[in-house]
Design a protein around this ligand. Sequence first.
Ligand code: ZN
Length: 181
Amino acid sequence: MKDQILTTTPLKMGHPSLRKHCQEVKDFKGVRNIGVFFKELIENNPWSGIAAPQLGINLQIVAFQYAPDVAERKGGTPLPPRVLINPVITPLSDETYDDWEACLSLPDLMGLVPRYTHIRFEGVDETGAPVSEEASGHLARIIQHECDHLQGILYPERMKDLTALIYRDQFQVWQEEYGLL
Ligand code: ZN
């Protein structure tokens, strides 16, 4: 953990921490506090998720949740905050769909991103217990987005068409011009 910073303000695009491939966690006990901290952080903020490199930590740890208000808008069952260490994502079909994403590391922006519709996510939780579950739709999108951070990938790199990378305050006029999605 030396020379790593711990901040509760997510780093912004351009910070080298966001471009790095994160290291696999070997000492699960040693990262338990980080997992608990991440969980509390998303519990206390209106965030769908956070990935370790966004807080300057070069380890394969993400936290995510499917908040009730988001689940109501996007469909599916809410999920309380979860921690996933050394995650592995496997698409369960070739099906993908486009939807809007935002990221704490690109404040004020949003973009239309293709993601797999159905995935399996595996890894270990903050107690060291193995995780192997399936997710669909917007929850699957959140998990793919967070796990991309661990490979140094930000959502614009997943976009097919960068003309759909817009400022959030332009969303309404964008939709009026190009239609609802
Ligand atoms: Zn993000």
